[in-house]
Ligand binder design. Sequence first.
Ligand code: UDP
Ligand code: MG
Length: 327
Amino acid sequence: MQKKYKLSVVVPVYNEEKNLPVFLERTLAVLKKLRCEYEIIFAMDPSRDRTREMILEYRAKNPSIKLLEFSRRFGQPAATLAGIHYCTGDACIIIDADLQDPPELMEAMVEKWQEGYHVAFGQRVSRTGETWVKILVSYVGYWVINRISQVAIPRNTGDFRLISREVIEELRGLKEGHGFLRGLVGFVGFSQVAVPYSRDPRLAGQGNYNRFLGSLTIGFNGIVGFSRYPLQFISLGGLFISFISFLTAIVYIALSLAGVHIPWGNPTLVILISSLSGLQLLSIGIMGEYVGRIYDEVRDRPMYIVSGAHGFQPRAKPVRARRGGRA
Ligand code: UDP
Ligand code: MG
């Protein structure tokens, strides 16, 4: 018999009225089996359907079901972080409401945690119902991220994972809102273990992301947020091109000294100018991306604004973390 513990389940939701009943039924069944104390925190972006009313109805019957509301749609990553900031369990499981992440896997995650791991992440072995575009973007994205970033981010994982109280506290201390939770969890470190599962198609409703752009943005955040490599790449590229043009100049001088007539072709100029201006624009763009991030950090805006908290003690509200400080 394990000692008593409390589990927090954090669920970002947005327009999920169709999935909520089955989600809660399956999740509550697992929690009952685990026989632990629990809380289910729905971190809800303002939804156009009955999601809010339904959660409050469930909450009236079961006070362990809690609701965090935001003043506007801050998006899934911010909602998830808010849930992590507010949760009070000894461990927290992040799971989507659309049942693409099977709640039954929570049992295996808790087992790993009790073995002593701090992070147990769901790793997809199959991805039913996902388009090949999303699978391709994700494959290439992880390949790039893991080659160039300083933090290891396991392939085929989403945010579906269990994190221990220690990891939660470290995440509370970070002040980064770029929405690449996997990367942040990787950054924080601690012992991590994979729990394999097959990812089901969405139970009902449409995914709220533009599949292609959404995956691309997340991948891009992963790269820029966790690597300075693109900046180094620019410098290296610049150096390489300068070296080539220096060599070309020497060749031209040598040839004209040797009395060779060199035809100066338009094509050469056009190619040179266009390739160089392309490279310059790309470099400025990449720099701009980092500068933009510095700007975001300097403004120090909150990642989310909570407009309603149902079921939370006032003290549960985190003091806003300052850069370099603790929450
Ligand atoms: N979600 C959210 N805010 C948003 C979009 C989505 O809280 O702006 C929630 C959504 O309700 C679901 C989870 O985030 O529980 C994952 O969303 P979705 O299934 O659309 O993404 P995908 O499975 O394609 O990654
Ligand atoms: Mg989904």
